[in-house]
Design a protein around this ligand. Structure first.
Ligand code: KG4
Ligand code: ZN
Length: 339
């Protein structure tokens, strides 16, 4: 059996995992940095990179130990090298290159967005291709036509903010703290999703694109008024819960609508959804209802596999089998080059 090490440091989770050539995940270690970024209500790139430096080698050690193997048994090391925060990515890429050089094993360069789709296959335990893929994370909101793990075409994405970013910014506006997604979800649970009629961008046409910046502004105006300077966040109470619930409903509506349009336009009847926002239970429920109505299959991982982790890099076994090994001068790529 061949063992592989996966490394994830694209944003603010430091993660390592060990998996086999049969795509079996033997260990998955995720060291969160949420506590470090919470005072700033968002990820601070410099803090993230420095925390990766401290946390990565212990995470790798723990992953190897929990898998019950040793570093000398590894057949390759896989690293998410794109997309993400440059300082964060560089820590993972440098560590992976060092291990590949010292252990004299292949280095595998892994696309983080593809990995979010593969998390669906990991959860399903069988092939999910072909399908429409929807990745909704802190940095990306993208629809994909997924033919195979190594063959995906972008159908459309966001023109401005990612959905997760909107969750984080709106949570900060409402004084709900960081990370914003889970905080909004919790607050929204006791709010009225129809209390505010927030915009749903591109809902009236078939284009597979998203925009969340207008929604963010609408929530800001609803909180503070159009002319007022930014004041104290709304106090805990029904109004704040209604704002959270109405915002969440607007995001969920457009994500679900565009996923439905993508399935209809491609003729594909399977939808794979990943990324941190896919941990949101209102979103999961709305996806389930839409897929039932469309007679389509929904594949969505459990929440722990939706948010960033290194186990989802296990699809890199395919790169290894195809001998698509990365050079030791591999660079980190902050922007996803889709072509
Ligand atoms: O995929 P991910 O862990 O990291 C990136 O690749 O960006 O996604 C993180 C994003 C954050 O914006 C976070 O607020 C959001 O996912 N998120 C959620 C929930 N859990 C995490 N958004 C809505 N509801 C949640 N329960
Ligand atoms: Zn991610």
């Amino acid at each position: 059996m061949a063992y592989f090490l996966g490394i994830e440091t694209s944003c603010d989770e430091t993660a390592a995992a060990v998996f086999t050539d049969q795509y079996e995940v033997l260990s998955s270690v995720v060291a969160s940095q949420a506590r470090l970024h919470a005072p700033f209500t968002g990820v601070v790139p410099e803090i993230a990179a420095r925390a990766h430096l401290r946390q990565l080698l212990p995470a790798i050690d723990a992953a190897i130990q929990q898998a019950g193997c040793s570093a000398s048994q590894l057949s390759a090391v896989a690293v998410h090298h794109t997309p993400g925060l440059i300082g964060s990515l560089l820590v993972g890429v440098a560590a992976a290159k060092m291990l590949a050089a010292v252990l004299e094993i292949p280095l595998l360069a892994v696309n983080h967005i593809y990995s979010h789709i593969f998390a669906c296959q990991l959860a399903a335990g069988r092939s999910i291709f072909p399908c429409v893929g929807l990745v909704v994370s802190g940095g990306h909101t993208v629809l994909l036509r997924c033919e195979q793990m190594t063959n995906m075409k972008v159908l459309g994405g966001t023109r401005d903010d990612a959905a997760g970013e909107a969750f984080d910014k709106v949570a900060a506006m409402l004084g709900l703290g960081f990370p914003g997604g889970p905080a909004i979800e919790q607050e929204a649970a006791r709010g009225n999703p129809q209390a505010f009629d927030f915009p749903r961008a591109f809902a009236d046409d078939g284009r597979l694109e998203f925009s969340f910046s207008g929604l963010k502004t609408a929530v800001l105006y609803a909180c503070y008024g159009q002319n007022s300077k930014r004041a104290e966040p709304p106090p805990p109470g029904q109004r704040r819960a209604d704002l959270a619930a109405s915002f969440q409903a607007a995001v969920v509506d457009v994500l679900v609508l565009k996923a439905k349009q993508a399935m209809r336009q491609t003729g594909l009847k399977r939808l794979a959804v990943g990324g941190g926002v896919a941990a949101n239970s209102a979103f999961r429920q709305a996806l389930q209802e839409m897929c039932r109505r469309e007679r389509a299959e929904l594949v969505i991982p459990p929440p722990a596999l939706c948010t960033d982790n290194a186990a989802m890099a296990a699809w890199s076994v395919e790169l290894w089998k195809q001998k698509q090994w990365a050079p030791l001068d591999l660079d980190a790529q902050p922007t996803w080059l889709t072509q």
